[in-house]
Design a protein around this ligand. Structure first.
Ligand code: DGL
Length: 267
């Protein structure tokens, strides 16, 4: 039986990861779950993120997924270990591939990390980078305003540029040469960030690197099949669809709302 790839995120932002995986694996089936009822994950406690993540993967497992991709950086920061312990399928998060890519790119050993408060305060990227490369200077900053700006479609607006200047000025002064976009939404702000950093800083797009790292992990890559997408959310399908179609640049296929009882269920 052909089994799908499972992806979950706190909401719509993880579609940046979906988009990259879809590009690299056109024949695979994908089941995406966006926890729109409980978004944002960024400001929540580790215990809550772990609990939500465990509930989310239970839903994906009901869909017979062969691998789970934790698209959400905040969930990857806090819950990866617990998910791996519990699940009989491989679980990949964005942190390790992102850290590896940044280490490969930096020439001056000065790396910046931006993400939610949860991701930045967890120290997950910082720890991974230090594990892989000792003499690295890491400068991090939470950029919570970026998420609503992207969801409002303002990624190329002057207000995003102003926020990017505010958030990134210290890192630019500190002469980082590589910046990890450690949040699902930030790849959409790439152009604005490149403008503010005058194209002098290399960006690590965690959506791209996680999709590339899947190539090494997937037991066998499907070469036949039309690549079916199934989207599920825990609230407000219309809002999800509106933002989602902008992110993926095409119409969304099947989208259903699920409810959390003992486990998630489709009514
Ligand atoms: N998906 C989250 C992340 O990548 C950002 C949005 C949220 O705070 O839930 O960390």
């Amino acid at each position: 039986m052909k089994k799908p790839i499972g992806i979950f995120d706190s909401g719509v932002g993880g579609l940046t990861v979906f988009r990259e995986i879809r590009k690299k694996f056109p024949h695979e089936d994908i089941v995406y779950f966006g926890d729109t009822a409980r978004v944002p994950y960024g400001p929540k406690s580790p215990a809550t993120i772990i609990q939500y993540s465990l509930q989310n993967v239970r839903f994906l497992m009901q869909n017979q997924v062969k691998i789970i991709v934790v698209a959400c950086n905040t969930a990857s920061s806090f819950a990866l270990e617990q998910l791996r312990e519990l699940l009989p399928v491989p679980v990949i998060g964005v942190i390790e591939p992102g850290a590896r890519a940044a280490l490969k790119q930096t020439l001056n050993q000065r790396i910046g990390i931006i993400g939610t408060y949860g991701t930045v305060n967890s120290g997950a990227y910082q720890n991974e980078i230090r594990k892989l490369g000792e003499a690295i200077t890491v400068i991090s900053r939470a950029c919570p305003m970026f998420v609503p700006l992207v969801e409002e479609g303002l990624e190329n607006h002057a207000v995003s540029e102003q926020m990017a200047r505010e958030y990134l000025s210290e890192m630019i002064r500190e002469n980082i040469d590589t910046l990890i976009l450690g949040c699902t939404h930030y790849p959409i702000l790439k152009e604005t960030i490149l403008k503010v950093t005058e194209n002098k800083i290399k960006l690590v797009d965690s959506a791209e690197v996680i999709a590339s790292s899947l190539i090494d992990i997937l037991p066998e890559i499907e070469t036949e099949g039309d690549g079916k997408d199934l989207f599920f959310v825990s609230d407000n399908e219309d809002n999800f669809r509106r933002i989602a179609e902008r992110i993926i640049g095409s119409e969304l296929g099947s989208l259903q709302k699920v409810f959390l009882g003992e486990s998630w269920f489709v009514r």
